[in-house]
Ligand binder design. Structure first.
Ligand SMILES: *[C@@H]1O[C@H](CO)[C@@H](O)[C@H](O)[C@H]1NC(C)=O
Ligand SMILES: *[C@@H]1O[C@H](CO)[C@@H](O)[C@H](O)[C@H]1NC(C)=O
Length: 445
């Protein structure tokens, strides 16, 4: 196997150096990418969402855990889109450069997130650096991937992207007429020297009001013995940043901009009754904020949240448990920051059920607690597992394995497998042909 890999690498290297010498490529980099604003969302105008085409490759199923209802796969994802901010004329470089590849941090890339993740809520590729292929017309192809752990009680065929949230963010607003240069100018004028360390209040007397809403994605685990509940959840925060404002008419009617959260001040929202670490709920994960011309900011945060939850098992196995999550903006007392409930404070649109516990009800409120403005989300879950466990215990002699309701992408048939072999043999023959051609050229030279 490694032999094939090495051969392929040789061919790629040949292909790359074939004709284009390095000074050409450097010139291209200087011309196109050295001053490229990668923070800017690369759409041509606001009317059309950016289209990203995605292909999923399943490489291997690393682990399937029936008890935790977790599946771990190694997967790859090919993403392609067009970056309106990139283009060059291939003929102006000696020997014509049609494409180049660069580390992905040189350009804007979509933060594709596995929404039913078990552990962290963050971009699927994590911190791994991958290369992007960039064509002269701005077409970009980005292979990314990694280990993906997902909750597995539901249909994996929709696995694994939250394209809906992403699309909602992309389609926000209905304004036309702006060009990418408007957006770049706006970024340069308003954000390039923005002081993101400063709490963006208008004056010292009034606290900053942050409106908050909670999204429940999944109940990962409930542990009676440790009295711990683990969920994957998100918090949508909105506030007004008094340090940000622009006149949309000066920027082709651009009323909002989408930037990564490290460009502006963001509240360090903390789960106060956490089990393990006391830190911002989103960890170090980067998210994107939508910022409006009047300074309104909307920011989704999220992650794995483990909370202490006092357990009452007196009614076992027909018990219900109520667990509370207390969030506050750590380091900012109620004189500085006040949390208010959003008009629609709870969402279960992306909720994936847990087969042991049924989510039955919730309550969400804000109040003042120890001088801190606090958001409390409390949820009640009801035990569902008893019936299933009983059934398995009652029929132990039955030879059949319990059916697993978790067939990754769809059920795999022999047809798929033989198709897989066909593709594999096609790839192998392709590689053999390429090697033949490469060897031929090397010999001829
Ligand atoms: C870029 O993408 C568009 C749309 O998919 C396609 O028509 C065009 O041929 C692509 N350009 C290159 C250089 O591949
Ligand atoms: C900003 O927020 C305020 C208060 O919620 C609201 O009245 C205003 O319409 C918002 N501005 C925009 C551009 O959405």
């Amino acid at each position: 196997m490694s032999a094939i890999f090495k051969i392929v690498l040789v061919i790629l290297t040949l292909d790359k150096t074939n004709g284009q010498d390095i000074s050409n490529v450097k010139q291209l980099y200087t011309d196109v990418f050295a001053n490229h604003q990668k923070e800017v969302f690369p759409k041509v105008d606001q009317n059309t969402p950016l289209k990203i085409s995605m292909t999923m490759y399943l490489m291997t199923i690393t682990k399937f855990d029936e008890v935790d209802e977790t599946i771990v796969i190694l997967g790859g994802l090919g993403c392609s889109w067009n970056d309106a901010g990139i283009s060059w004329d291939p003929t102006s470089y000696e020997n014509k450069i049609y494409y180049t590849f660069l580390p992905s941090e040189n350009i804007w890339t979509p933060p594709i997130t596995l929404i039913n993740a078990v552990d962290v809520l963050g971009p699927v590729q994590g911190d791994t650096k991958t290369n992007v292929y960039i064509f002269y017309d701005g077409n970009v192809t980005w292979p990314l991937g990694g280990v993906m752990s997902a909750k597995c009680t539901t249909d994996i065929s929709k696995f694994p992207y939250d394209s809906q949230t992403f699309m909602t963010m992309l389609t926000l607003g209905r304004i036309n007429g702006q060009t990418l240069s408007n957006v770049k100018q706006l970024y340069a004028d308003v954000f390039a020297n923005h002081q993101k360390e400063v709490l963006p209040k208008v004056d010292e007397k009034t606290p900053l009001e942050i409106s908050v809403g909670f999204s429940l994605f999944t109940i990962s685990k409930f542990d009676e013995v440790d009295e711990t509940i683990v969920i994957l959840g998100g918090i949508i925060c909105s506030w007004n940043d008094a340090g940000i404002t622009w006149d949309p008419t000066s920027y082709g009617n651009k009323v909002y901009i989408i930037l990564t959260n490290d460009k502006i001040w963001t509240p360090p929202i903390t789960l106060a009754n956490a089990v393990d670490v006391l830190g911002p709920v989103q960890g170090l994960t980067e998210t994107t904020a939508i910022i409006f011309y009047d300074g309104n900011v909307s920011l989704p945060l999220g992650g794995v949240m483990s909370a202490k939850c006092t357990t009452d098992i007196s009614k076992f196995p027909y018990d219900s448990q109520t667990c509370k999550f207390e969030f506050l903006v750590w380091g900012y007392s109620a004189r500085e920051i006040v949390l208010n409930l959003a008009s629609d404070p709870f969402s279960e649109n992306f909720f994936i059920p847990n087969s042991n516990w049924k989510f039955t009800s919730y309550n969400i409120q804000t109040f003042s607690w120890n001088g801190y403005s606090t958001l409390e989300f409390s949820m009640t879950i009801k035990r569902e597992s008893f019936k299933n466990h009983n059934k398995i215990a009652a029929e132990p002699i039955n030879d059949e394995k319990p059916s697993i309701d978790c067939s990754p992408p769809v059920s795999v048939t022999w047809k798929d497998v033989s198709h897989g072999f066909d593709v594999l043999s096609m790839i192998v023959s392709y590689v053999v042909i390429c090697v033949g051609i490469a060897v031929f050229f090397i010999i001829v030279r």
